[in-house]
Design a protein around this ligand. Structure first.
Ligand SMILES: C[S@@+](CC[C@H](N)C(=O)[O-])C[C@H]1O[C@@H](n2cnc3c(N)ncnc32)[C@H](O)[C@@H]1O
Length: 433
């Protein structure tokens, strides 16, 4: 740890700092630079970070304040205890979804958002998921019926319903028998040979069948014509295109939760615009309806700080992902600080937003959309589209690009459901959110 002495130690913290700093390792010095015009008598403030050990005088009422240790004998230099209290934004009266049965499913057309529909997955041969199965060649096609009876007798005929039972190729019929590995298990070339299933010892002897062998076959139905064609190269697969517009069903309760989240984002945007920031806000609450909230016990919000931090990459999404990672990274006690078994901290997975919904005022830019892909976020709900800079359908759509290894839902809040008469969220076209 380095402690700044001299004048540097006088700089207080602010959520909206007017001074940034850079550390120069070679000269062991810190350079402070004001990031805007400073009025006479105005106090210079820097941003200390997200894990404060005191209650900040200019706090914007963050909904996830850390828990403060009263007296730790370290003069305020202790680590911060993880705050586990649940936080909820109070439900407001005019929330149109707050009345009625919270578990009722909302019809697609009355949802408060439009879904951006990404292409179905699995459009390349490499992205097709496979499973290993036992098959057997049937030399004489007239024996196929007998083999089907054998399957039925062994109660196997209903397994692997996404595949055709028999493949005819170059005069040979091959029959699918039984899965060779539990679903989701992958085999590598170095794996030991698979044990021959006992059941296959009882195959009819008099049909001059070949010896059963294993092959990889698609592990799910084909959703698109292209994927059908590709999957059929491995094994004849059932074609079952998903109905268009199919997305996760939303309940009234979840819509009410999202409505509050969006309006929280709106209110924060108003506040930070007043403070001279670009009014872009992102907010990640605990997942709706989850009892344990183990994915995220409390809510986090951040705003854009490119002006105050004088740093072009301090976008609200980068800030909120970082805030969540910092929170999870806060050691619970000295014992965990050095625990080598804390794999998450070691491998840096604290930034993961798996199963979480991110609400944001503006369509995320390409950089932030990529960060969200990395973070494995479940879905993103935004208010204003950014046609020229957005990475979720505006300029491009990162989650549908070929080769990306995660998809997330993209939901655009309906414009008539947010009150932005003052144009708080209006940004220049070329601003990247
Ligand atoms: C490096 S010192 C800053 C100078 C200090 N205020 C002084 O007068 O010596 C850090 C301490 O200042 C206080 N502090 C800094 N920023 C603050 C803020 N925004 N709100 C309340 N206290 C703050 C906290 O007590 C913190 O431990």
């Amino acid at each position: 740890m380095a402690l700044v002495l001299g004048l540097g130690s006088l700089l207080n913290h602010s959520e909206f700092p007017n001074t940034s700093y850079t550390i120069n390792q070679s000269s062991d010095s810190i350079t402070y630079t004001t990031s805007r015009q400073i009025a006479a008598d105005e106090e210079l403030c820097i941003f200390y970070g997200n894990n404060l050990w005191f209650r900040s005088a200019d706090s914007t009422g963050d909904i996830s304040p850390p828990h403060f240790v009263d007296d730790d004998q370290w003069g305020g230099l202790s680590t911060i205890d993880v705050y586990t209290e649940h936080n909820h934004i109070a439900m407001s009266n005019h929330n149109p979804f707050s009345q009625g049965d919270p578990s009722g499913i909302i019809p697609e057309e009355t949802l408060p958002f439009d879904r951006f529909k990404p292409l179905p997955e699995e459009e390349t041969l490499e992205s097709i998921q496979t499973m290993l199965v036992w098959v057997v060649d049937i030399a004489d096609p007239r024996h196929t019926g007998t083999m089907l009876k054998w399957l039925k007798h062994n109660k196997l005929e209903e397994e692997m319903g996404h595949l055709k039972r028999v493949r005819k190729q170059g005069g040979t019929s091959t029959m699918l028998l039984i899965a060779a590995l539990p679903l989701g298990t992958s085999v590598s070339l170095s794996s030991d040979p698979l044990p021959f299933p006992q059941l296959l010892e009882s195959l009819p002897q008099d049909l001059s069948l070949g010896t059963p062998y294993t092959i990889p076959v698609p592990s799910s139905v084909a959703l698109t014509p292209l994927s059908h064609q590709l999957k059929n190269c491995l094994w004849p697969t059932i074609f079952a295109p998903k109905r268009k517009d199919v997305g996760e069903e939303w309940t009234r309760g979840k819509a009410a939760w999202a409505w509050e989240a969006i309006h929280y984002v709106m209110r924060e945007a108003v506040k930070i615009k007043r403070n001279g920031e670009v009014p872009i806000v992102s907010y990640v609450p605990s997942p709706y309806g989850s009892e344990s909230n183990s994915a995220l016990p409390i809510a986090f919000a951040s705003h854009d700080t490119r002006n105050s931090a004088n740093h072009p990459l301090r976008h609200s999404i980068m800030n909120v992902v970082r805030k969540i990672a910092d929170y999870r990274n806060t050691p619970l006690s000295d014992a965990t600080t050095e625990s080598p078994s804390d794999d998450n901290r070691q491998n840096g997975s604290h930034y993961l937003l798996t199963s979480l919904t991110l609400f944001t005022s503006h369509e995320p830019c390409v950089m932030c959309s990529m960060a969200l892909l990395h973070s494995r976020v479940k879905e993103v709900v935004y208010i204003r589209a950014m046609g020229k800079t957005g990475g979720c359908g505006g300029l491009t759509c990162l989650p549908v690009l070929k080769g990306v290894n995660h998809r997330f839902g993209i939901l655009r809040w309906k414009a008539d459901l947010v009150d932005d008469e003052d144009g708080i969220l209006v940004l220049d076209d070329d601003v990247d959110a």
